[in-house]
Design a protein around this ligand. Sequence first.
Ligand code: XMP
Length: 514
Amino acid sequence: VVLVVDFGAQYAQLIARRVREARIYSEIVPSTMPVSEMLAKNPKAIILSGGPSSVYADGAPSIDRALFEAGVPVFGMCYGFQIMATTLGGTVDDNGAREYGRTPLKVTRSGSTLFEGTPDEQSVWMSHGDACSAAPEGFTVTASTDVVPVAAFENDEKKLYGVQYHPEVLHSTHGQQVLEHFLYRGAGIEPTWTTGNVIEEQVALIRAQVGDKRAICGLSGGVDSAVAAALVQKAIGDQLTCVYVDHGLMRKGETEQVEKDFVAATGARLVVVDAEKRFLDALAGVSDPETKRKIIGREFIRVFEQAQLEILQEEGPEVAFLVQGTLYPDVVESGGGTGTANIKSHHNVGGLPDDIEFELVEPLRQLFKDEVRMVGQELGLPEEIVQRQPFPGPGLGIRIVGEVTKERLDLLRDADAIAREELTAAGLDREIWQCPVVLLADVRSVGVQGDGRTYGHPIVLRPVSSEDAMTADWTRMPYEVLAKISTRITNEVKDVNRVVLDVTSKPPGTIEWE
Ligand code: XMP
């Protein structure tokens, strides 16, 4: 394993992903973890991430010198570079030599371990206030910028390396190459980690965990639960029962996709609960977005628990495991990435008899989203499931502005299906993060169709580009594609006489309208 020490910014996750892209397994640990504990994990290399602090700020995170004396190769980036410099006796000044954004870097020693084979001048991404003016003793300076005399250094003998910039971001044009030089050449690690290994390893772990007991998995139609279920199915076959709650708020063809394609690809036992009426009854007369969300969430849990109870009664009380598609970012963000590699945690599912406790099976806990997709692909899941764009749990219920009724849902399903069809045909599925299609059910406008006046509803297209859904921009889509979608929706969908484009970024708008 390669450890990425997190100094408290969002960079650590990206670094961990880049290490895995180099086909080496990586894990994130907090900078507060004692060095002895880090070393107990037997890391083949350690990377110190960037962070928000100045090394001179009050309470700035520090690192025990012992880390650099254990014989483990270390690579410091940005804040990690500066802390390496100060800890080992170099000089970092807070003299206002700040650099932000794209910066030209001059490689001053081209035969260096990190920069071998990369251009003498390359573009890198900087984000720092302080600057290193003298490398620690025994280190060679390997690069500089107009502002910073020491922008990279290395001590090949001790296998210690550092760069002032962020090699993990794409704006650093040779960043991945520099990182790989550290991993392969500096630390001498072989790139052997693949999604095939992950599947094998997880199948063995799941078998050991579940034994001859039974497990239940809730399928949402999304990527994560589908891949988790497929992986568990591969491990324990018919000991797994999948439950899919059809709340009637899915898009056209989605329930069938789970019913047919997922089962065909995995051979999983699937129970589909038809709860459309129950959800629509509960939503009748409600137009407030938060109230809708609460109702849908509450009903969902009730229906799912009811289904579990029925399965328990049918199959006996030995159903003891609940499969969940928890991903690595969730684990890291909830502060749980630091414990030992333990995929078991006890979880009381509300509403079930007190004496039944489910143990969680979370086979994707180590993986990032793109890795989950690769695993899904390798397990033979269809492209439509594996490459699916995000879709909110409350479904179309929060894409109808106004009260949710069956008639309105059907109308929105038709419009949404047209938009998706045309976006796919135009090859835009990867470029667009997601494209909510929204029905303004409480709005009417005047139109003309054929010879007659119409008084219909507008449909909103909300195509967005994003990396993580935290921020987003509206996608500059080709006009021809927009024109085609608009023409088709107004021609083919009853009661819709207008299509509008949402040109708001996030913030200030959210991606969904409710
Ligand atoms: P917003 O609208 O907050 O959406 O910008 C951010 C991302 O989250 C999705 N989303 C949800 N996903 N349950 C989910 O599983 C929800 O209740 C939910 N609400 C929004 C949304 O589609 C976007 O990708």
